[in-house]
Write a protein that binds this ligand. Structure first.
Ligand code: FPP
Length: 251
Protein backbone atom coordinates (compact mmCIF):
# COMPACT_ATOMS: atom_id res chain seq x y z
CA UNK A 1 0.00 0.00 0.00
CA UNK A 2 1.20 3.51 -0.90
CA UNK A 3 0.92 4.63 2.72
CA UNK A 4 3.94 2.46 3.59
CA UNK A 5 6.01 4.56 1.21
CA UNK A 6 5.19 7.70 3.18
CA UNK A 7 7.83 9.20 5.44
CA UNK A 8 5.91 10.23 8.56
CA UNK A 9 8.38 13.00 9.42
CA UNK A 10 7.94 14.67 6.02
CA UNK A 11 4.19 15.11 5.82
CA UNK A 12 3.42 18.51 4.24
CA UNK A 13 2.15 20.85 6.90
CA UNK A 14 -0.36 22.58 4.63
CA UNK A 15 -2.15 20.90 1.73
CA UNK A 16 -4.46 22.97 -0.48
CA UNK A 17 -6.83 21.36 -2.97
CA UNK A 18 -8.61 22.61 -6.07
CA UNK A 19 -11.50 20.15 -6.14
CA UNK A 20 -12.27 19.99 -9.85
CA UNK A 21 -14.14 17.58 -12.08
CA UNK A 22 -17.54 17.16 -10.42
CA UNK A 23 -19.32 18.17 -13.63
CA UNK A 24 -17.28 15.91 -15.89
CA UNK A 25 -17.62 13.01 -13.48
CA UNK A 26 -21.40 13.39 -13.65
CA UNK A 27 -21.47 13.88 -17.41
CA UNK A 28 -19.50 10.66 -17.97
CA UNK A 29 -22.23 8.84 -16.04
CA UNK A 30 -25.08 10.69 -17.71
CA UNK A 31 -26.01 12.23 -14.42
CA UNK A 32 -26.74 15.86 -13.54
CA UNK A 33 -24.04 18.29 -12.43
CA UNK A 34 -25.84 18.44 -9.08
CA UNK A 35 -25.21 14.73 -8.61
CA UNK A 36 -21.58 15.34 -9.36
CA UNK A 37 -21.38 17.97 -6.63
CA UNK A 38 -23.22 15.71 -4.21
CA UNK A 39 -20.72 12.95 -4.91
CA UNK A 40 -17.98 15.57 -4.43
CA UNK A 41 -19.21 16.19 -0.92
CA UNK A 42 -18.46 12.55 -0.07
CA UNK A 43 -14.88 13.14 -1.20
CA UNK A 44 -14.68 16.20 1.05
CA UNK A 45 -15.75 14.07 3.99
CA UNK A 46 -13.24 11.32 3.18
CA UNK A 47 -10.33 13.66 2.47
CA UNK A 48 -10.81 15.71 5.64
CA UNK A 49 -10.70 12.47 7.65
CA UNK A 50 -7.77 11.15 5.64
CA UNK A 51 -5.72 14.33 5.94
CA UNK A 52 -6.26 14.36 9.68
CA UNK A 53 -5.22 10.70 9.99
CA UNK A 54 -2.09 11.36 7.95
CA UNK A 55 -1.00 14.25 10.15
CA UNK A 56 -1.60 17.17 7.79
CA UNK A 57 -1.90 20.28 9.96
CA UNK A 58 -3.74 22.59 7.56
CA UNK A 59 -6.09 21.54 4.76
CA UNK A 60 -7.52 24.27 2.53
CA UNK A 61 -10.34 23.33 0.16
CA UNK A 62 -11.47 25.55 -2.73
CA UNK A 63 -15.20 25.10 -2.22
CA UNK A 64 -16.56 28.08 -4.16
CA UNK A 65 -14.76 30.78 -6.10
CA UNK A 66 -15.88 34.36 -6.67
CA UNK A 67 -16.22 33.40 -10.33
CA UNK A 68 -18.57 30.54 -9.36
CA UNK A 69 -21.22 33.16 -8.44
CA UNK A 70 -21.79 33.47 -12.20
CA UNK A 71 -22.85 29.81 -12.61
CA UNK A 72 -26.58 29.08 -13.09
CA UNK A 73 -28.59 30.11 -10.04
CA UNK A 74 -29.68 26.53 -9.21
CA UNK A 75 -26.09 25.31 -9.24
CA UNK A 76 -24.97 28.14 -6.96
CA UNK A 77 -27.82 27.33 -4.60
CA UNK A 78 -26.93 23.68 -4.58
CA UNK A 79 -23.27 24.34 -3.78
CA UNK A 80 -24.34 26.59 -0.91
CA UNK A 81 -26.71 23.89 0.34
CA UNK A 82 -23.90 21.33 0.26
CA UNK A 83 -21.66 23.54 2.34
CA UNK A 84 -24.52 24.01 4.76
CA UNK A 85 -25.09 20.26 4.86
CA UNK A 86 -21.42 19.58 5.45
CA UNK A 87 -21.45 21.87 8.47
CA UNK A 88 -24.59 20.18 9.82
CA UNK A 89 -23.33 16.65 9.38
CA UNK A 90 -19.60 16.89 10.04
CA UNK A 91 -18.88 19.62 12.54
CA UNK A 92 -19.45 17.38 15.57
CA UNK A 93 -16.96 14.84 14.29
CA UNK A 94 -14.49 17.56 13.32
CA UNK A 95 -14.73 19.01 16.81
CA UNK A 96 -14.27 15.58 18.42
CA UNK A 97 -11.15 15.10 16.31
CA UNK A 98 -9.69 18.44 17.35
CA UNK A 99 -10.23 20.04 13.95
CA UNK A 100 -10.60 23.78 13.82
CA UNK A 101 -12.68 25.28 11.05
CA UNK A 102 -11.79 28.51 9.25
CA UNK A 103 -13.16 30.24 6.17
CA UNK A 104 -11.51 32.62 3.73
CA UNK A 105 -13.13 34.71 1.03
CA UNK A 106 -15.65 37.50 0.63
CA UNK A 107 -17.99 35.94 3.15
CA UNK A 108 -20.21 39.02 3.22
CA UNK A 109 -21.72 37.79 -0.07
CA UNK A 110 -23.07 34.60 1.56
CA UNK A 111 -26.67 34.32 2.72
CA UNK A 112 -26.89 35.54 6.33
CA UNK A 113 -28.06 32.13 7.64
CA UNK A 114 -25.12 30.29 6.07
CA UNK A 115 -22.71 32.98 7.23
CA UNK A 116 -24.08 32.59 10.76
CA UNK A 117 -23.62 28.83 10.62
CA UNK A 118 -20.03 29.17 9.42
CA UNK A 119 -19.26 31.74 12.13
CA UNK A 120 -20.78 29.47 14.78
CA UNK A 121 -18.68 26.49 13.60
CA UNK A 122 -15.54 28.63 13.60
CA UNK A 123 -16.30 29.91 17.08
CA UNK A 124 -17.10 26.43 18.42
CA UNK A 125 -13.89 24.87 17.12
CA UNK A 126 -11.48 27.78 17.48
CA UNK A 127 -9.41 26.22 20.24
CA UNK A 128 -8.76 22.97 18.37
CA UNK A 129 -5.23 22.43 17.14
CA UNK A 130 -5.06 18.90 15.66
CA UNK A 131 -5.78 20.21 12.19
CA UNK A 132 -7.14 23.39 10.65
CA UNK A 133 -9.71 22.94 7.90
CA UNK A 134 -10.03 26.05 5.76
CA UNK A 135 -12.91 26.46 3.37
CA UNK A 136 -12.24 28.97 0.61
CA UNK A 137 -15.75 30.20 -0.15
CA UNK A 138 -16.66 33.15 -2.30
CA UNK A 139 -12.90 33.28 -2.64
CA UNK A 140 -10.65 34.85 -5.25
CA UNK A 141 -6.88 35.19 -5.00
CA UNK A 142 -6.77 38.58 -6.71
CA UNK A 143 -9.65 39.81 -4.56
CA UNK A 144 -7.73 38.74 -1.46
CA UNK A 145 -4.74 40.79 -2.59
CA UNK A 146 -6.95 43.80 -3.42
CA UNK A 147 -8.67 43.52 -0.03
CA UNK A 148 -5.27 43.48 1.65
CA UNK A 149 -4.13 46.50 -0.37
CA UNK A 150 -7.24 48.45 0.64
CA UNK A 151 -6.68 47.74 4.32
CA UNK A 152 -3.02 48.66 3.99
CA UNK A 153 -3.96 51.97 2.34
CA UNK A 154 -6.45 52.71 5.11
CA UNK A 155 -3.91 51.94 7.83
CA UNK A 156 -1.37 54.15 6.07
CA UNK A 157 -3.91 56.96 5.88
CA UNK A 158 -4.70 56.56 9.59
CA UNK A 159 -1.01 56.71 10.42
CA UNK A 160 -0.96 53.10 11.68
CA UNK A 161 1.45 51.96 8.98
CA UNK A 162 4.52 53.59 7.46
CA UNK A 163 4.40 52.71 3.77
CA UNK A 164 8.20 52.84 3.56
CA UNK A 165 8.28 49.91 5.98
CA UNK A 166 5.96 47.79 3.85
CA UNK A 167 7.60 44.51 2.93
CA UNK A 168 6.37 41.00 2.02
CA UNK A 169 5.96 40.00 5.66
CA UNK A 170 3.83 43.01 6.52
CA UNK A 171 1.83 42.67 3.30
CA UNK A 172 1.10 39.01 4.06
CA UNK A 173 -0.14 39.97 7.52
CA UNK A 174 -3.10 41.70 5.78
CA UNK A 175 -4.24 38.54 3.93
CA UNK A 176 -7.32 36.59 5.07
CA UNK A 177 -5.53 34.00 7.25
CA UNK A 178 -2.10 35.45 8.01
CA UNK A 179 -1.41 33.07 10.88
CA UNK A 180 -1.47 29.98 8.64
CA UNK A 181 1.63 28.72 6.81
CA UNK A 182 1.71 28.84 3.01
CA UNK A 183 0.64 25.59 1.31
CA UNK A 184 3.50 23.13 0.85
CA UNK A 185 1.48 21.16 -1.65
CA UNK A 186 -1.25 22.28 -4.04
CA UNK A 187 -3.32 19.42 -5.46
CA UNK A 188 -5.65 19.87 -8.41
CA UNK A 189 -7.98 17.08 -9.47
CA UNK A 190 -9.64 16.77 -12.88
CA UNK A 191 -6.55 17.12 -15.11
CA UNK A 192 -6.46 20.86 -15.77
CA UNK A 193 -3.13 22.60 -15.18
CA UNK A 194 -4.34 25.93 -13.85
CA UNK A 195 -4.20 27.78 -10.56
CA UNK A 196 -7.64 29.34 -11.19
CA UNK A 197 -7.22 32.35 -8.92
CA UNK A 198 -6.56 30.20 -5.84
CA UNK A 199 -4.24 31.45 -3.08
CA UNK A 200 -2.19 33.42 -5.60
CA UNK A 201 0.09 34.99 -3.02
CA UNK A 202 0.48 31.88 -0.88
CA UNK A 203 1.35 29.31 -3.58
CA UNK A 204 4.53 31.13 -4.66
CA UNK A 205 6.66 28.14 -3.61
CA UNK A 206 4.09 25.37 -3.28
CA UNK A 207 4.69 22.07 -5.03
CA UNK A 208 1.98 21.39 -7.62
CA UNK A 209 0.37 17.99 -8.07
CA UNK A 210 -2.15 17.55 -10.85
CA UNK A 211 -4.11 14.34 -11.17
CA UNK A 212 -6.55 13.07 -13.76
CA UNK A 213 -8.74 11.67 -10.99
CA UNK A 214 -12.03 13.57 -10.88
CA UNK A 215 -12.87 15.02 -7.49
CA UNK A 216 -15.82 12.67 -6.75
CA UNK A 217 -13.42 9.70 -7.11
CA UNK A 218 -10.69 11.22 -4.94
CA UNK A 219 -10.16 9.41 -1.64
CA UNK A 220 -7.49 9.04 1.05
CA UNK A 221 -5.45 6.66 -1.16
CA UNK A 222 -5.19 9.40 -3.82
CA UNK A 223 -4.11 11.86 -1.16
CA UNK A 224 -1.43 9.41 -0.03
CA UNK A 225 -0.20 9.14 -3.66
CA UNK A 226 0.06 12.92 -3.83
CA UNK A 227 1.99 13.02 -0.55
CA UNK A 228 4.41 10.31 -1.71
CA UNK A 229 5.03 12.31 -4.89
CA UNK A 230 5.58 15.45 -2.81
CA UNK A 231 8.11 13.67 -0.62
CA UNK A 232 10.17 12.84 -3.70
CA UNK A 233 10.49 16.49 -4.64
CA UNK A 234 13.37 18.75 -3.72
CA UNK A 235 12.16 22.17 -2.61
CA UNK A 236 14.81 24.67 -3.58
CA UNK A 237 13.15 28.07 -3.04
CA UNK A 238 15.34 29.54 -5.78
CA UNK A 239 18.57 28.05 -4.42
CA UNK A 240 20.76 25.46 -6.13
CA UNK A 241 20.44 21.78 -5.36
CA UNK A 242 23.86 21.80 -3.70
CA UNK A 243 22.86 24.66 -1.43
CA UNK A 244 19.72 22.86 -0.35
CA UNK A 245 21.61 19.67 0.44
CA UNK A 246 24.40 21.40 2.36
CA UNK A 247 22.79 24.62 3.61
CA UNK A 248 25.66 25.53 5.95
CA UNK A 249 28.39 25.24 3.34
CA UNK A 250 29.17 27.82 0.69
CA UNK A 251 28.02 25.78 -2.27
C1 FPP B 1 -15.54 21.99 -9.50
O1 FPP B 1 -16.22 21.07 -10.27
C2 FPP B 1 -16.01 22.04 -8.13
C3 FPP B 1 -16.66 23.11 -7.60
C4 FPP B 1 -17.06 24.29 -8.37
C5 FPP B 1 -17.03 23.19 -6.21
C6 FPP B 1 -16.48 22.16 -5.27
C7 FPP B 1 -17.62 21.60 -4.53
C8 FPP B 1 -17.67 20.38 -3.99
C9 FPP B 1 -16.51 19.49 -3.97
C10 FPP B 1 -18.91 19.83 -3.40
C11 FPP B 1 -19.44 20.65 -2.33
C12 FPP B 1 -18.64 20.64 -1.11
C13 FPP B 1 -18.58 21.69 -0.28
C14 FPP B 1 -17.93 21.56 1.02
C15 FPP B 1 -19.16 22.99 -0.68
P1 FPP B 1 -16.77 21.55 -11.67
O2 FPP B 1 -18.24 21.67 -11.53
O3 FPP B 1 -16.09 22.80 -12.14
O4 FPP B 1 -16.36 20.34 -12.56
P2 FPP B 1 -16.11 20.35 -14.14
O5 FPP B 1 -14.86 21.14 -14.39
O6 FPP B 1 -15.93 18.91 -14.45
O7 FPP B 1 -17.34 20.94 -14.77
Amino acid sequence: MAQRRLQPDRIPRHVAIIMDGNGRWAEARERSRNEGHRAGLESVRAVVRGAHELGVKVLTLYAFSLENWDRPKEEVEQLMRLLDRYLDSEIDECHRNGIRLRAIGRLDRLAPALRKKIDAAIERTHENREMTLVFAVSYGGRAEIVDAAQRIARDAEDGKLDVNQLDEKIFASYLYAPDLPDPDLLIRTGSESRVSNFLLWQVAYSELYITGTMWPDFRKTHLVEALVDYQNRERRYGLTSAQVRAPSEDA
